[in-house]
Design a protein around this ligand. Structure first.
Ligand code: ATP
Ligand code: ZN
Length: 333
């Protein structure tokens, strides 16, 4: 897997975003996002959702397999799966998420007591004391990244078919990272394409999606850079892991200036997991080797916020070229 140098997109006619600390306030004032009393948790307007829906369909159109390799084989057809916002706790535990990102995880706890425990609960609520101590961990954990639940499903099916697999996933994800930056939500929607197969297949997939991502964002007339990045691993050992990740260019991000031009926001991520998930779940290729995997992830809210930031809150006044890409059914012939 080759590490691309810092790359600026071939963007013409686009105004750079100016730093704006109060983009969140502007979104509230325009009614695009509606506060729900917690930083990073918002209701979305109809206008916002219309853009999310259009992006969702655009990503599906772009995701249709188009490549035929030198050996004449084409990419597998993506298998569509949409997930509920939670996953199994035992599967979550095996992903290693809790050791790598304990600060971000959200686990579901429930009351499982009897009548006496209920009376105690009522007293604690009454006296505004800590009632949560009596909560029990349930078998559910909120999904932190859309692709996590997919690997055991695929491993359960047995060896990968020749050519591997592609899965098209969508999920609402949770990360405990409260922020006043509207692009850093606690619950947000992620689309992903996950590729499972041999190293060369996974490598070609990621390189191909990097191109597709660049041309998608260019067609939406958004400025961007592609950078090697790292995940927010916890603690001191985490910092070492993050450094290794950058060095090997395992995670690339397509970043768009949304909150500020100085610190552009990761809107697409291209992650190469090597054989990590293949080894964890015993997923093998048709040659018997441990499968390699990669995923491309799209932050649906982040892309939408980037479009509003650069083209304004009124989609009717967006450049015709951008509208035609998002709503081709309305495009003038
Ligand atoms: P960041 O570095 O900004 O924390 P990330 O690189 O950790 O983001 P990924 O784990 O790669 O993000 O998640 C895939 C995609 O999900 C990102 O490219 C981004 O578009 C979106 N995303 C991640 N975190 C958030 C969030 N807190 N709010 C909204 N979208 C998010
Ligand atoms: Zn993923």
């Amino acid at each position: 897997v080759t590490a691309p140098a810092r790359f600026s997109g071939p963007v013409t006619g686009v105004v750079e975003a100016t730093p704006s600390g109060d983009y969140l306030q502007q979104l509230f004032a325009a009614g695009v996002l509606i506060p729900l009393g917690v930083d990073g948790l918002y209701a979305r307007s109809g206008g916002f959702e219309a853009v999310v829906d259009a992006l969702d369909r655009l990503i599906t159109r772009i995701g249709r397999p188009a490549w035929v390799g030198a050996d004449g084989r084409s990419e597998p057809e993506p298998e569509v799966m949409r997930l509920p916002p939670a996953m199994s706790r035992s599967i979550f535990e095996r992903t290693g998420y809790m050791s790598a990102f304990p600060q971000l995880a959200g686990t579901v706890h429930c009351f499982c007591g009897d009548e006496r425990a209920h009376r105690e609960l009522l007293e604690l609520l009454e006296s505004k004391s800590d009632w949560a101590a009596g909560q029990t961990t349930s078998e559910l954990v909120l999904i932190p990244a859309a692709c996590y639940p997919i690997y055991p499903i695929m491993a359960e099916r047995g060896t990968l078919p020749p050519g591997g697999r592609v899965v098209d996933i969508g999920a609402t994800c949770f990360r405990h990272e409260p922020s006043r930056e509207p692009t850093r939500m606690q619950m947000f929607r992620m689309r992903e394409y996950v590729r499972m197969g041999e190293v060369a297949e996974v490598d070609a997939f990621r390189a191909g999606w990097l191109e597709r991502g660049r041309s998608m964002v260019t067609s939406l007339r958004l400025p961007f850079v592609v950078e090697a990045a790292s995940d927010p691993f916890f603690g001191r050992t985490g910092r070492l892991m993050a450094a290794g990740q950058i060095e090997q260019a395992l995670k690339l991000e397509l970043q768009i200036p949304v909150n500020s031009s100085d610190a552009p926001t990761a809107c697409l991520s291209f992650n190469y997991h090597q054989d990590k998930f293949g080894a964890t779940w015993g997923l093998r290729t048709s040659n018997g080797a441990v499968a390699h995997t990669c995923c491309v992830g799209f932050g649906m809210e982040r892309l939408t916020l980037a479009l509003f930031r650069h083209h304004g809150f009124d989609t009717a006044t967006w450049p015709a070229g951008v509208r035609d890409i998002l709503w081709p059914e309305q495009a003038s012939p």
